[in-house]
Design a protein around this ligand. Structure first.
Ligand code: UT7
Length: 331
């Protein structure tokens, strides 16, 4: 009997219209385009503007387009998982709100938090519900409105992050296509290097925490870079090895877009040249949970049935991982 796998059968993305360029950042903090470009590869990012708009608004746009592309009704969705670190509210789950906005009345839904690895964690989680036969249609969303937790007076973080969202549909496949294997890891001792100091149960919001700017992303960039560069490369090499994939077998590396230098180090370790690496960091920066599905969305027309993809990420937690996907349809 053939094994049922979870195939990605559609992908869609959404980025807000407003562009925040390096030139504009030069007017906000002590920085310059040359430094940002050389140290990160980023030229501009998108920012969600508009009163009352949150992560679920971007996600709802992405999911509506996803369903249209696949030609299915929202009522057919069994489960929707939203990976995010910028939920609309502390509770309820943003996934619940997305389902309401798109009319997914028969789905159950939940949020999953694994920072920049969130989409990979959610993809693997969603896949399990397909592989076991529990569900036929699972939507996995990676969405973040990072501008809601970024301090635009802190030059070490405000240059990196942007807003954006991507979504994929998972359906059963009997032909050996879809999510083939995954290596996922976490290490909570990394929390000290990348976190939000206040607003959680340890340090609830007070006037003082707001005054101290403790509701923004705190990152020790150098330390995070060191862990990211080795761990992301390690898991990417590991997933190739255990699936006996040589560099020529891999069609695409789909890396989290945090820093072009981290992406280059990962590709190098995998023995891949630039032509096989999806990079859109120059236009969107680091959209946290959004980076990987946004890449898939933009590269979709070039993907071929049977292409071997390695999706790879590292982020806050620390969390990191790699997922091996056999693409299930022609672009
Ligand atoms: O996605 C989640 C995981 N996050 C990541 O993977 C991010 C990992 N870290 C990074 O990408 C990088 O560490 C950064 C992009 C955040 C920083 O780049 P870096 O090359 O590690 O810079 P640095 O922190 O070592 O700073 C080098 C210099 C410092 O000046 P001095 O001490 O050498 O005089 C900084 O003060 O660059 C200075 N600097 C800046 N200069 C201009 C720091 N930020 C800026 C800036 N513009 N925005």
């Amino acid at each position: 009997m053939s094994r049922t796998t979870a195939a990605i059968t559609a992908v869609n993305g959404y980025v807000p219209e407003t562009v925040l360029s390096n030139q504009v950042l030069e007017t906000l903090v002590e920085t310059n385009d040359a430094w940002i470009t050389e140290r990160t590869g980023i030229k501009e990012r998108r920012i969600l503007k508009g009163k009352g708009l949150g992560t679920s608004d971007m996600a709802a746009e992405a999911v509506k387009g996803l369903l249209e592309k696949r030609g299915i009704a929202p009522e057919e969705i069994d489960l929707l998982i939203c990976a995010t670190v910028t939920p609309d509210h502390q509770f309820p789950a943003t996934a619940n709100i997305i389902c309401d906005k798109v009319g997914a009345k028969n789905a159950w839904s939940f949020d999953l938090m694994a920072a920049c690895s969130g989409f990979l964690y959610a993809l693997v989680t969603g896949s399990r519900f397909i592989e076991t036969g529990a569900h036929k249609k699972v939507v996995v969303v990676g969405a973040d409105k990072m501008s809601s937790i970024i301090d635009y007076t802190d030059r070490t973080t405000c240059i990196i992050f942007g807003d954006g969202c991507g979504a994929v549909l998972l359906e059963p496949n009997e032909d050996g296509l879809g999510v083939m294997d995954s290596v996922l890891r976490s290490d909570g001792s990394g929390c000290q290097y990348l976190h939000q100091k206040a607003g959680g149960s340890v340090k609830p919001a007070t006037v003082r925490t707001v005054e101290a700017r403790e509701h923004f992303v705190y990152q020790e960039g150098k330390a995070v870079f060191k862990f990211a560069v080795t761990n992301m490369a390690d898991v990417s090499a590991e997933i190739m090895e255990r699936n006996k994939l040589a560099p020529e077998d891999v069609a695409w590396l789909v890396p989290h877009q945090a820093n072009k230098r981290i992406i280059d180090a990962t590709a190098n370790r995998m023995g891949l040249d630039d032509s096989k690496v999806m990079v859109n960091i120059e236009r969107y920066g680091n959209t946290t949970s959004g980076t990987i599905p946004l890449c898939l969305w933009e590269w979709e027309p070039r993907l071929k049935k049977g292409d071997n993809l390695v999706l790879s990420a590292f982020g806050g937690g620390f969390t990191w991982g790699a997922v091996y996907v056999k693409w299930a349809y022609g672009g």
